[in-house]
Design a protein around this ligand. Structure first.
Ligand code: MRU
Length: 352
């Protein structure tokens, strides 16, 4: 069964990037059109678009928008290329952890350098490449879904954290793509979704997506996972990733590490589902992954109301790093990578 909304989370439509506004779901379903570099920077930073692969496509679209903007104001090609490269750095600075953003913007910049021709021709090449990356994202997710479904036990209850679904990608999802593919083969599987404080992507987005597909989903708060594991009620964990180091250490939404420790203790298999574009082979281990510190209001407020003493100290990292020894396998579009991850990652990147 397909994700009912059918529309893409992010899509290039007539010189704008159209995206689902994820800040207001599930109360309201609305799309917004982003038409400028500045607009795209804000859309990524404010999480109108979020989730590593979706942010990547946003970056690719963002640079196409930059090219359209610049083509109207620059004097010559040299100025166009210099300013485009500044815009690329600006877009990449909108969020630091998900490497898909850097991957996609760098891919667009490489294309710019390779494209011989006029400003107009380069701009068209960037637009077309953004659309190509969009379509490839869905294909990649479906491949991950096929591989991942193979390791889902019959009738399993699967725990997931945050939202690694259609909304975090162009469509179908990474971790939720695995769940969708498994459910298509075995409609007896069920999902437990962590709420995912502080921004509640699990409660707001994952439950919204999965229930539309008729996949039985139970919402739990973040602290409950070890309790349900101890009761034997969770058979497997599958989550997404924002950046995977060359040794398999994986950054994902804050709280993922806690789930992974609980899973190891209770001998529950813990899988990451992520495209190869999320693997950053330039860094040796998770220690090198930059962790985004987000606005403190995400912790101090719920729906605009204070929930704590106003004098309290706050710290709000958006992500944590799960060490590779807690990970059973990394589900990619090229198959499931197994420990030792340093070797399996090296192998899958051979010749790339
Ligand atoms: O802060 P977010 O909502 O962008 O964080 C999203 C996650 O951590 C996802 O699990 C990750 O990006 C993988 S999405 C396929």
């Amino acid at each position: 069964m397909a994700f009912k909304s059918k529309i893409k989370t992010i899509e290039w439509v007539e010189n704008v990037s159209r995206m689902i506004d994820q800040t207001i779901l599930p109360k309201e379903f609305k799309t917004v059109d982003i038409a400028t570099t500045e607009g795209m920077y804000k859309a990524i930073k404010d999480m109108i678009v979020r989730g590593a692969p979706a942010i990547g496509i946003a970056g690719a679209h963002g640079l196409a928008l930059s090219a359209i903007e610049l083509s109207k104001s620059v004097k010559n090609k040299e100025e166009f290329l210099n300013k485009l490269s500044e815009k690329a750095e600006y877009l990449k600075s909108s969020r630091p952890t998900a490497v898909n953003l850097m991957w996609a913007v760098d891919k667009q910049m490489k294309l710019t350098q390779e494209t011989q021709g006029s400003i107009e021709e380069i701009t068209q090449a960037l637009i077309q490449n953004g659309i190509k990356l969009e379509n490839e994202d869905i294909e990649i997710n479906k491949k991950m879904g096929d591989y991942g479904a193979e390791v889902v036990p019959k009738g399993a209850t699967i725990l997931t954290h945050c939202n690694a679904g259609a909304l975090a990608t162009v469509g179908y999802g990474t971790a939720l793509g695995v769940i969708r593919s498994a459910f298509a083969k075995d409609p007896t599987i069920k999902v437990f979704a962590d709420e995912t404080r502080p921004r509640q992507q699990g409660a707001r987005l994952t439950t919204w997506e999965l229930t539309q597909d008729g996949i039985p989903t139970t919402l739990i708060t973040d602290g409950m996972c070890s309790y349900f594991m101890s009761k034997g009620m969770i058979d497997m964990v599958v989550v997404g990733a924002d950046r995977i180091a060359a040794n398999g250490d994986t950054a994902n939404k804050i709280g993922t590490y806690t789930v992974a420790i609980a899973a190891k203790y209770h001998k529950v298999p813990f899988y990451i589902a992520a495209p190869l574009s999320t693997i950053d082979i330039s860094i040796k281990s998770g220690e090198e992954i930059p962790i985004e510190e987000r606005n403190h209001e995400e912790v101090t407020h719920i729906n605009g109301d204070w929930i704590c003493a106003q004098e309290v100290n706050i710290i709000n990292p958006g992500f944590d790093v799960t060490p590779n020894e807690l990970i059973t396998g990394i589900i990619t579009e090229k198959g499931i990578l197994k420990p030792n991850f340093t070797d399996s990652i090296k192998e899958v990147f051979k010749g790339r």
